[in-house]
Design a protein. Sequence first.
Length: 218
Amino acid sequence: MKISRNLQILEKKAKWSFERSKKSIPSINPTLTPQEIENRMTYCALNLLNTWANFQRTFFICCLLGARSQIHRNITSNQTGIVTNSNDAIGKAILFFTPSRLPRSTGIWDTRHEPTWHDSNTLLRLSSNFSFSNDADIQAAFSFGFTAHKNLVVFRNYYAHKNQGTRTKAQAIATNYLIPQNNHPTKILLSAPSHSPSTTLVEFWAEEFSQTVELLCS
């Protein structure tokens, strides 16, 4: 996602990406082969998590450099005016978690050394450390009991590795939503959680991501 000093633009881009990731879900039907269904859900799950990770990374950079929220509030950090570009902002994040890291000879930081952006604790810790002026709002945004931030990564690991260990971990999550644990991970994501019977679990998680983005960018 592109860096923007206007968080409303960042929010719109993130929501558009979440919707794009979901487009394959309505087309899943009994006429498709199991492999076709698996492939489409793989794409959906991986892209939802990648979108979430990219959003948190971009949101961090925007807030560190200085941004403006939807309600026209200026967001600052203890690095505003000191750090002036994305590469240096990423360097601050890397050094916070691994102080011994060094950039390449060109001054560019290696993406392999970046923190785990899909983990919400990454953003929470960075926000606190760099004294984001909206830190209280960021902390509050993750206090609503949403489960997508933690549980989708378990299914992503299944689709990325597809072994018995990752499958068992994904299936274990199903019981939290009163979905049969012995179901295949793809069938679990296409099942309705008990507290939201009108939608699939993966759609429910996508909506949780969208709501979190709204809260962070407001």
